[in-house]
Design a protein around this ligand. Structure first.
Ligand SMILES: Cc1ncc(COP(=O)(O)O)c(C=O)c1O
Length: 486
């Protein structure tokens, strides 16, 4: 094998040979099964004592990288699996395998877009990080890291920073009509953790759980991974079709204010029907109110949580859209009957969210920055929502029918004739030209067929880029090769 070792100016030559050879194995320049030069030969090449090389080889052998066969020489262990080039990691394959269910989950989540920043970013669910008040946030968060604030370094309260829970409780009663004591509000690292905690309190593996289809797939995958039987329930223009909830369901997960991804609001009648269904079936409702702070017109829709005192609705929300998803902060409001158990489950999950972020967010809310940021972003997102809506009607009428939606960070439009396969082609063609959108079919849950269509997010795309991105998208539709269905 051919590898370079450079000892110019180095001190501990043996350690240096060891380090450089190990790096060559890590990044794949020297591969499992490769034979290394005999120590005498390498020593000659490097002009060092043979012992210097022998010590390096022995160290690598003792750590499991090399193996020697008498008379044959020294080899990189054939069973060693080098990681991807440049990752600097060795992955040793072994007998351990994840349970079968993880094969499906892993492949469903192997969604590369997170790593990329497309030229025209219409992905759903992302806020505009460029308009985040970074300077204010930096000032508040850096204050939290000063010695007098950090304090003695003891652990915090699992339910969350008291001031933050009070600030959130004050905020959601005004903005969403959700009344709660801060004692029944738990700070989480986001929606998924909230749902994970609640499901572990209320369900056992094998229990039946209903989710919307199309819907927010990570929730379906999360519950499946814990052994629940997850069943998709269709959504129409009034939201989840309550009478289609299968029998035996113990918990329903819904996005009533702004269905993800269709964008419809659940009608009052349906919300009342869902509450009645939960009463009649001794079941629980998880209400995910993930983006309804951004409502552009009409009166805000009352959350299901506010509809009755039944104690069956768990209200989940997140700062991923209103602030930044990378902060990993959300919260869950639970009935007081679950207070102790939720606190214990959060403790067992990760003890508590980082305190500095919680304290900074409390201040951010208390000082009025949060309300100001939401007001500003609501105006911006409203403008983008209206622009995309207008372009869909003006330029895409042959291909798409937008679903009326007046809130949130995305718009969905149904195909007027192109099949799901044809839409996939269009999405791919657009992606190749730097326009990233999502096809509706990828939100299908539980194998239920979803109507063909597209989801257009406008959180991440600057307003000034929307028209150009939509123009390219329209060309992709126009040049689609698949025939329009009857
Ligand atoms: C329906 C729905 N709920 C919640 C979230 C946010 O999740 P988290 O709070 O874990 O960031 C998203 C993000 O895209 C979402 O689409």
């Amino acid at each position: 094998v051919d590898f370079q070792i450079n000892l110019v100016g180095r001190k501990d030559l043996s350690a240096e040979i060891y380090r450089q050879l190990r790096a060559a194995i890590w990044d794949g320049r020297v591969r499992p099964g490769d034979r290394l030069p005999p120590s005498r030969q390498l020593a000659g090449r490097l002009s060092v004592a043979r012992m210097t090389v022998t010590v390096a080889y022995e160290r690598l052998a003792s750590e499991g990288y090399l193996t020697s066969r008498v008379g044959a020489g020294t080899f990189v262990k054939p069973t060693l699996q080098a990681g991807r080039a440049g990752t600097g990691r060795i992955a040793t394959a072994g007998p351990l395998r994840a349970r079968r269910i993880w094969d499906g989950i892993e492949s469903s989540l192997s969604d590369p877009p997170f790593a990329r920043t497309p030229r025209f970013d219409f992905r759903s669910g992302l806020p505009d990080a460029a308009l985040f008040p970074h300077r204010t946030w930096r000032r508040l968060i850096s204050r939290q890291f000063q010695a007098d604030v950090v304090g003695k370094g003891i652990y915090g309260e699992p339910s969350g920073h008291r001031g933050l829970r009070e600030a959130i409780a004050r905020h959601i009663v005004i903005s969403r009509g959700v009344e709660t004591s801060p004692d029944d509000l738990t700070v989480t690292t986001g929606t998924l953790q909230a749902i994970d905690i609640v499901s572990r309190l209320l369900l056992v593996p094998g229990d039946r759980v209903a989710v919307e289809t199309p819907g927010y797939k990570p929730v379906n995958l999360l519950l499946s991974s814990s052994g629940m039987r997850v069943l998709g329930v269709p959504v129409d223009e009034e939201g989840l079709v309550v009478e289609k909830i299968p029998s035996g369901v113990r918990l329903v997960y819904v996005t009533p204010s702004h269905q993800y991804p269709l964008g419809v609001s659940m009608s009052l009648q349906r919300r009342l029907a869902l509450v009645a269904w939960a009463e009649n079936h001794d079941a629980a409702i998880i209400e995910d109110d993930y983006d309804s702070e951004f409502r552009f017109r009409d009166r805000p829709i009352e959350p299901i949580h506010a509809l009755g005192p039944g104690g069956r609705v768990i209200y989940v929300s997140s700062f991923s859209k209103t602030m930044l998803p990378t902060l990993r902060i959300g919260f869950v409001v639970t009935p007081s009957s679950l207070r102790g158990a939720v606190r214990a489950a959060k403790f067992l999950a990760d003890w508590h969210n980082p305190l500095a972020t919680q304290a900074a967010l409390a201040q951010f809310i208390d000082e009025g920055h949060f309300a100001r940021h939401i007001r500003r972003m609501r105006a911006t997102y409203g403008e983008r929502h209206d622009l995309i809506g207008k372009l869909l009607v003006r330029d895409f009428a042959r291909f798409l029918t937008p679903i009326r939606s007046i809130a949130g960070l995305h718009l969905t439009a149904l195909s007027r004739g192109l099949s799901s396969e044809a839409i996939k082609d269009v999405v791919m063609a657009a992606s190749n030209r730097g326009v990233e959108i999502q096809e509706l079919s990828r939100f299908s849950v539980d194998g239920v067929t979803t109507p063909a269509g597209v989801v257009l997010g406008y959180g991440a795309i600057p307003t000034g880029r929307i028209t150009e991105g939509m123009r390219i998208l329209e060309q992709c539709f126009r040049t689609s090769h698949r025939p329009v269905l009857g």
